[in-house]
Design a protein around this ligand. Structure first.
Ligand code: SAM
Ligand code: SF4
Length: 417
């Protein structure tokens, strides 16, 4: 039996695609191996959203060059955001790589015999389902639309059919994925939108929870907010990347909203879904960001108090308008300091938010057991650990919270009825 090895970095979308690629290999008679040494086929699923990620990918490809020399029979393939529409340049730089293919655009030897053949046989209780590829927004700093192309939504019946199959195979929770998931359906002829899709999925027996990410604030409609509030399976968790607390920077980023509109949106979401946990993304050190503009971001985060903040330092990406038109003029030390400031601030905010759960009982879906501890998430996406000798995979369990930190909670099974 031939062996395959998939190496993945980047966002949930990449991880979901790698999982599907793995299922496809298995369907074709391959077996997974953890080590490149035993593999007949190696696929690198790449991320280039920041320079540091691209460096890791390029290093990995270079390491494999020596390996391919010693093992001429091995097949090397690269997919993900390193690959653009024209792979000629990549082929020239890395002639030892046999195939470059865009996400989901499999080479002929990997063509899927049927739609469900790329679904895992025994999916994790919490499974990712990509529903829209690409992005139409062209934020000034972002390489994603240049690499992943324009938005293409999968049809509603296709997604519903796939989720039914996943639930039949053991999934209890699904997370719908897209770079811009709340613009789902805009390109479909019948214009079904994310709210319509959530309504359909909510009727599937055996499915306990539905999540979705990542949202663009400008596409978060009133209809979608109301739908999240009314559907019992849709979790109280919304990702809403703001990127900066300064209107001038938001304008330069070409985000399409200002901070007043964003604050208004957060208020509307919190008024409609009182239990909601909100997460956001921030970029620090965007070209020309002054100390006072950075302080506006600090102010916005202190005021809105998100459950989770993903913070990154600005990294110029060749091909984007920001890298063409704006000088990357914030010194690395300042960028780092701003990143630390936000991480420390968010650590304190998240610690306080999570402290409120001390002594409470929360329901979690148990996903796996790692180093002897069961782990799962609340509907609001909080990571919870507990120890117990019984089997819990895929079960909804009530946990009495006994310890909290900014990043996770710990507790014991609550046996009270
Ligand atoms: N579509 C989502 C949105 O509207 O923000 C996020 C998807 S993006 C691929 C994931 C995150 O990567 C962004 O939220 C942003 O914070 C970060 N990112 C993208 N380009 C970046 C860059 N050039 N430098 C630093 N961070 C970047
Ligand atoms: Fe990138 Fe997100 Fe902006 Fe699209 S909306 S360009 S994925 S940051």
């Amino acid at each position: 039996m031939p062996n395959y090895h998939i190496w993945t970095i980047g966002c949930q979308m990449n991880h979901a695609e790698s999982e599907r690629l793995g299922s496809l290999f298995e369907h074709l008679g391959y077996q997974a191996t953890d080590t490149v040494e035993y593999a007949d086929v190696v696929v690198l699923n790449s991320c280039v959203v920041r320079q540091s990620a691209e460096n890791r990918v390029v290093n990995k490809i270079k390491v494999l060059r020596d390996f391919a020399r010693e093992h001429p029979d091995i097949t090397l393939a690269v997919t993900g955001c390193l690959v653009n529409s024209d792979a000629t340049k990549l082929k020239r730089s890395f002639p030892h790589v046999d195939y470059f293919f865009k996400a989901g655009d499999y080479p002929p030897w990997l063509e899927k015999p049927s739609a469900v053949s790329s679904l895992p046989q025994s999916p994790s209780p919490a499974t990712y389902v990509p529903i829209i590829q690409g992005c139409n927004n062209f934020c000034a700093y972002c390489i994603v639309p240049h690499r992943r192309g324009r938005e293409i939504s999968r049809t509603l019946p296709e997604i519903v059919c796939e989720v039914r199959e996943l639930v039949k195979r053991g999934s209890k929770e699904i997370t719908l994925l897209g770079q811009n998931v709340d613009s789902y359906g805009h390109d479909l002829p019948d214009e079904a939108d994310l709210a319509d899709l959530l309504k359909e999925l909510n009727t599937i027996d055996g499915l306990a929870r539905i999540r979705f990410l990542t949202n663009h604030p400008k596409d978060m409609s009133d209809k979608l907010i109301a739908t999240i509030a009314t559907l019992d399976k849709v979790c109280e968790q919304v990702s809403l990347p703001v990127q900066s607390g300064s209107d001038n920077i938001l304008k330069m980023m070409k985000r399409g909203y200002n901070t007043a509109q964003y604050r208004q949106l957060v208020k509307k979401i919190r008024d409609t879904i009182p239990e909601v946990a909100l997460s956001t993304d921030i970029i620090v050190g965007f070209p020309s960001e002054t100390d006072s503009q950075f302080q506006e971001t600090v102010q916005l985060l202190s005021e809105l108090r998100f459950d989770t903040v993903h913070v990154a330092v600005y990294s110029p990406r060749p091909g984007t308008t920001a890298s063409r038109e704006l000088e990357d003029d914030i010194p690395p030390a300042v960028k780092k300091e701003r990143l630390n400031t936000i991480e420390q601030l968010q650590g304190k905010i998240a610690a306080k938010i999570n402290e409120h759960l001390l002594g409470e009982t929360v329901e979690i879906l148990v996903e796996s057991r790692v180093k002897g501890k069961w782990q799962g998430r609340t509907r609001t996406g909080k990571l919870v650990f507990f120890s117990d000798n019984r089997e819990y995979t895929g079960k909804l369990v009530k946990i009495h919270i006994e310890k909290t930190s900014p990043w996770s909670l710990q507790g014991t099974v609550n046996t009270a009825k």
